[in-house]
Unconditional design. Structure first.
Ligand code: FAD
Length: 441
């Protein structure tokens, strides 16, 4: 039984909207049980893994909405902006005698280091609990090992849906207030204090925050879900949900979206199943990969067969060789590839099918698989609004290193890694119309 000698309960590092956040729901349950106030803390770094202003504006506007909502619910929201590392937030918790800490989960290295540091620094009598609100089935419950692919994790996840894929209880107005009030946040000053690339700015199609994410979800259900199964691999088919930026920033929860999408099952069975396959199975498989494979973003993380075949073909002559700069500036001989890169830079997202083509051509046109992986992750993270995500690392690793895939017919440069080509794209969709839309030369 937990003994609460101190005054406050806190939750750190969340940005998901309230009632859809299992970390906050859990923290409130503990706080209510012990009749304690509840606080939210967020630590804003002035730089984060080279993210440009495009990503920070999305994050900050989402947080502003969260801060407003928290005020209504009597849950003070504190934001810390500093170069001093997480110590500032820990000092604040210690000074104010926070008695219980709940943190969100990410399988990525940097977030795991933060969690470890927090564990080491918090006083021994303050419990630290981590809640996986990122996945429907908590990552460590879904599987206790690195899974080989979708077919090995699918049933493990499905068997847990009855327990975890449940409706959210509401977060209620918090009845206990402490002395520590939230300071007014100057959002413009916070944005101005960032030390980031300001040339890559916001995109017009994705407006940040929970309410805008829900708007996108409803638009998807009304206009695009019906064709998701048939048209999701057609870059001109306008069938995708486009929800990945809100998922990435935790501004809407996948579980909420699944519950809404599933209500259309009697109308669009095949599409609903196909969406669940992507948003649950594939997505949670990515978290499994990053959680259990410390080399989730480099060639050492590939299967033995893939490493061997890539090594054997490392010295193969490349018909085309491009530098990172040429790729970034869409200067290849391939108008389709150049158009996808233009889409990435301008819209902050490439269509899911073309993301594979885009990364596989980087493997074909650079000096080594290592370089290809480095460049694809760099470009994806720099421009894509959903970048720096387990799905992004796995997407690049799938395309270049055959993660979660199998060996295919051997060919130059690729070895047994699955190949994609221009002609194959022409068979799938109207390539010239796509090129005309984005203007790749
Ligand atoms: P939808 O097709 O509407 O799917 C709904 C959700 O399902 C997505 O938002 C996503 O959470 C999940 N999903 C869809 N496809 C996949 C997949 N192949 N693997 C895992 N989950 C999936 N996804 C990111 O979220 N961030 C990235 O940075 C990213 N980079 C990628 C890079 C490459 C080279 C490749 C091949 C894939 C990448 N993906 C990434 C995976 C996938 O392409 C995107 O999730 C998808 O395009 C997002 O668009 P959407 O929300 O409209 O997807």
């Amino acid at each position: 039984m937990l003994k609460m000698k101190t005054k406050l309960t806190i939750i750190v590092k969340i940005s998901t909207y309230f009632s859809d956040n299992w970390s906050l729901l859990y923290a409130q349950k503990v706080a209510l049980k012990h009749k304690l106030p509840l606080h939210i803390c967020f630590y804003l770094r002035r730089t984060f893994m080279n993210a440009p202003i495009r990503h920070f504006k999305f994050l900050l506007k989402g947080l502003e909405e969260t801060a407003k909502e928290s005020r209504k619910l009597n849950i003070p929201f504190h934001m810390f902006i500093s170069d001093e590392g997480e110590n500032q937030i820990i000092d604040f918790m210690v000074e104010n005698k926070f008695g219980y800490v709940v943190i969100d989960f990410s399988p990525l290295r940097i977030a795991r280091t933060w969690a470890e540091n927090l564990k080491k620094t918090l006083p021994d009598d303050v419990p630290l609990v981590q809640v996986d609100g990122h996945n429907i089935v908590p990552c460590w419950v879904a599987s206790d090992k690195l899974e080989y692919g979708a077919r090995t994790i699918r049933n493990k996840l499905k068997n847990k849906f009855a327990e975890f894929l449940t409706p959210f209880p509401p977060v209620t107005e918090h009845p206990y207030s402490g002395e520590q009030k939230a300071k007014e946040i100057d959002w413009a000053a916070a944005e101005a204090s960032l030390e980031v690339d300001r040339t890559i700015d916001e995109v017009s199609w994705a407006k940040p925050g929970y309410l805008n994410g829900m708007k996108m979800l409803h638009e998807f259900c009304q206009k695009r879900l019906s064709k998701f199964a048939q048209k999701r691999n057609d870059p001109l088919g306008n069938a995708l949900s486009n929800l990945s930026p809100w998922f990435h920033f935790g501004q809407i929860s996948v579980q909420r979206c699944i519950l809404v999408v599933e209500s259309f099952k009697s109308k669009y069975k095949e599409s609903v199943e196909s969406f669940c396959e992507e948003a649950i199975i594939r997505r949670e498989l990515s978290d499994n990969f990053c959680y259990y494979n410390p080399n989730y973003d480099n060639i050492k993380g590939a299967y033995d067969w893939a490493r061997k075949t890539l090594e054997e073909h490392k010295k193969d002559k490349r018909e085309w060789l491009y530098t990172q700069e040429e790729l970034e500036n869409s200067l290849t001989h391939d108008d389709l590839w150049n158009s996808t890169q233009i889409q990435l830079v301008k819209e902050g997202k490439i269509h899911g099918f073309l993301r594979m083509y885009w990364a596989k051509k980087i493997l074909e046109w650079t000096e080594s698989p290592e370089k290809a992986l480095e460049i694809s992750i760099y470009l994806n993270d720099k421009y894509s609004l959903d970048g720096r995500d387990p799905n992004g690392f796995v997407g690049c690793m799938w395309s270049i290193c055959g993660i979660h895939d199998q060996g295919w017919k051997e060919r130059p440069v690729f070895g047994k890694i699955r190949y994609m080509n221009y002609k194959g794209c022409e068979r799938k969709f109207n390539v010239s119309a796509f090129v005309a839309r984005y203007g790749g030369k």
